[in-house]
Design a protein around this ligand. Structure first.
Ligand code: HEC
Length: 458
């Protein structure tokens, strides 16, 4: 290859490439180790298809939906959008599997603690992509799921109100929200992602791939050795019994190809969802979160009550800290799953909890679907209509049935005014009896309008 040699004379990359491809990796590095490279592959798919989508997409409330519809009419447009949509889902699965593999192999232990920390942040970045990307098509699902999602952020103590304002760019969901989410989705998060992925790969290459744990050590213990010496000795033995890196590349390529086919199959079988255009007056449209947020959604439901903001915030913070700081409190030398029973049991517990919560979230009673457009009703005054808007923005319809549509987690509100006085309704909103979250951050004027509206429901 003369061109290759020509380039190498100028760039001198051959030694680097050789060092990269020929570096020895431990024996038994098998299929489980392909999850990391598969995640990387899907990230690249997302970047390529995402860039293609930005060429056509318009991040403004009055054009976003139309531009997405237009994308679907372009040659390969629906395909590109479909790949971007489904590969995001597969990516979330893969990054989860990758984290599980690292946990199962205890590969986060010395000296790879920082790879875990960066990986954990990447996990959150990927969820951030999912959350911000969800809004962009600006269809009913996108709009209402984000209303509920940002309401959750609003439940954070002290900073809740500020968080909602920052995310939405105001109290309601408008173009300001869309441009913000778009900016996060195509600039802030990708820049963070590239930086962290670069760091993550750098560390993986510098430290080498962790050897799958053995129940019995490969070499005999040497008395008086330091942690570092012991590690270096054991890892050197693993590499001697291993093989060069490039031999593993075939597995990685195969898995990437299979995943791409899976994504294509999903596009072909299910298609690319796009509901009706976002409609802030679609009272009681019940958004379902994307499947990978169902567990969190369900968890939220369990802890809802007067203490919800604090509990949600505490659970989220503690959960994240336990996750990201794992290598710093689980510091034992043992790496085989059977030799660290507490960690293994905890891991199984977390996986079971995620599966059960997701299942419960997915099978929770589906409320009547379809959107009623009460706002079109001419019997409402301007103030009452504004109250209806508050009802929508606060996401009351996620739990309450109103004129035939909405959730059924709470009582139907279609005739609430014949049952409760305005004072009683206000009391329920500010300090709910039981499962309903308190809405203490509704401004006084919004509250007046909301109560005005609810008092019409005889
Ligand atoms: C997370 C689900 C949820 C959301 C969101 C929600 N509620 Fe509720 N709501 C409930 C539940 C459950 C009850 C039953 C009593 C309780 O648990 O406090 C209830 C009770 C009520 C009642 C009393 C109804 C009766 O017949 O006793 C009113 C009025 C009410 N909610 C209004 C609202 C309004 C207004 C909003 C939006 C600002 C809202 N709710 C948002 C779940 C919810």
């Amino acid at each position: 290859m003369r061109i290759f040699d020509w380039a190498d004379e100028r760039l001198r990359f051959k030694p680097l490439l050789r060092a990269f491809l020929d570096r020895p990796i431990p024996a038994n590095v098998g299929w489980l180790n392909t999850f990391g490279s598969a995640t990387l592959f899907l990230l690249i798919v997302q970047i390529v298809t995402g860039i293609a989508l930005t060429l056509v997409y318009v991040p403004a409330a009055d054009h976003a939906y139309q531009s997405v519809q237009y994308i679907d009419t372009l040659p390969f447009g629906a395909l590109v959008r479909g790949i971007h949509h489904w590969s995001a889902s597969v990516l979330v699965v893969l990054i989860g599997l990758h984290a599980l593999r690292v946990f199962y192999h205890a590969a986060y232990k010395y000296p790879r603690e920082l790879s875990w920390v960066v990986g954990a942040i990447l996990f959150v970045v990927v969820l951030g992509f999912a959350f911000t990307g969800y809004l962009l098509p600006w269809d009913l699902k996108a709009y209402w799921a984000t209303v509920v999602g940002t309401n959750v952020a609003g439940a954070a103590p002290f900073i809740g109100n500020l968080a909602v304002q920052l995310l939405r760019g105001g109290p309601a969901m408008t173009t300001a929200t869309l441009t913000r989410f778009y900016g996060l989705h195509v600039w802030v998060l990708p820049a963070t992602l590239l930086l962290l992925v670069g760091l993550h790969l750098f560390m993986v290459i510098r430290q080498g791939i962790a050897a799958p744990p053995r129940a019995v050590a490969l070499t005999d213990a040497v008395p008086g050795e330091s942690r570092r010496e012991r590690y270096e000795r054991e890892y050197a033995a693993e590499k001697r019994s291993g093989h060069p890196f490039y031999q593993a590349l075939l597995k990685d390529a195969l898995v990437a190809a299979v995943l791409f086919l899976v994504v294509l199959a999903l596009v072909a079988a299910i298609g690319v969802p796009l509901e009706a255009q976002a409609d802030p007056s679609a009272v009681g449209y019940v958004p379902r979160p994307e499947w990978y947020f169902l567990d969190l959604f369900q968890l939220l439901w369990y802890v809802s009550g007067p203490a919800e903001p604090l509990v949600v915030f505490a659970i989220a913070t503690i959960g994240f800290l336990l996750f990201i700081l794992l290598p710093f409190y689980d510091r034992g030398w043992q790496r085989h799953p059977r030799r660290r029973p507490i960690a293994s049991l905890a891991g199984i517990g977390v996986v079971l909890a995620v599966v059960v919560l997701t299942y419960q979230g997915a099978t929770a009673p589906t409320p009547t679907s379809g959107a009623v457009n009460l706002a079109a009703s001419t019997t409402l005054t301007v103030g009452q209509r504004a109250g209806l808007h508050v009802y929508q923005v606060e996401g009351c319809g996620a739990c309450h049935l109103l004129s035939g549509s909405g959730g059924n987690a709470g009582p139907e509100l279609t005739h609430v005014a014949s049952r409760l006085s305005t004072t009683e309704i206000q009391h329920q909103i500010l300090s709910p009896r039981d499962k309903m979250p308190a809405f203490t951050d509704i401004s006084p004027s919004d509250m007046t309008n909301l109560l005005n509206f609810l008092s019409t429901l005889h």
